[in-house]
Design a protein around this ligand. Structure first.
Ligand code: ZN
Length: 187
């Protein structure tokens, strides 16, 4: 499982894992991703395609905020607003006391989704875990994670960690070849 289920906000930000890999690029993909989240799933099933662009815009802002925090920088006010604002407003729905998510009433689906995503960002940013946010060191990887260990470097050791080991190995091999070549020339 590549999803960091510790936090909805982290999982949402990580849906853009590189500039060319977007896990929620279509409504169908968004619904697939939302299946991991019982409160979000029934809302995503009813989301109108017109609203996907808004969801993606919020996701990009959320990722930019998390990259800034992981980097020790101040996020831009515009990104912070887009990523958190609807989470600071009153919820446009009530939670059911039974499992199965939210009772929507007449609340619009897009507003409810925006609220859930933004509120998870607010919860994360105000928690001690915000100090443990890290950006994966993988080349071109845009994923963040909450580092329980300070020496964790990769979103996933089997993916980015492994790729880095292969790259380091290739570098060592080419260095070996270069030194052999220069030995040959000097001899
Ligand atoms: Zn990574």
């Amino acid at each position: 499982m590549h999803t960091d289920l510790a936090s909805l906000a982290v999982s949402f930000a990580n849906t853009l894992s590189s500039s060319s890999r977007d896990r929620i690029a279509t409504l169908e993909k968004f619904r697939g991703w939302a299946q991991n989240w019982p409160t979000l799933q029934p809302l995503a099933a009813r989301l109108n395609a017109d609203h996907l662009e808004g969801v993606l815009e919020r996701r990009n802002a959320m990722q930019a905020v998390m990259h800034a925090v992981a980097d020790g920088r101040k996020p831009s006010a515009a990104d912070l607003f887009l990523a958190t604002d609807s989470g600071l407003a009153a919820a446009p729905f009530r939670l059911r006391s039974a499992p199965g998510g939210a009772a929507l009433g007449r609340a619009p689906v897009y507003e409810a989704i925006s609220h859930l995503l933004a509120r998870s960002a607010v919860d994360l940013l105000l928690s001690p875990q915000a100090a443990e946010l890290r950006l994966c060191e993988g080349v071109r990887c845009r994923k963040v994670f909450i580092a329980a260990r300070t020496n964790r470097r990769w979103c996933d050791t089997r993916v980015c960690g492994n790729r880095a080991r292969v790259a380091a190995h290739a570098r060592r091999r080419s260095q070996d070849t270069e030194s052999t070549t220069s030995d040959d020339l000097s001899g």
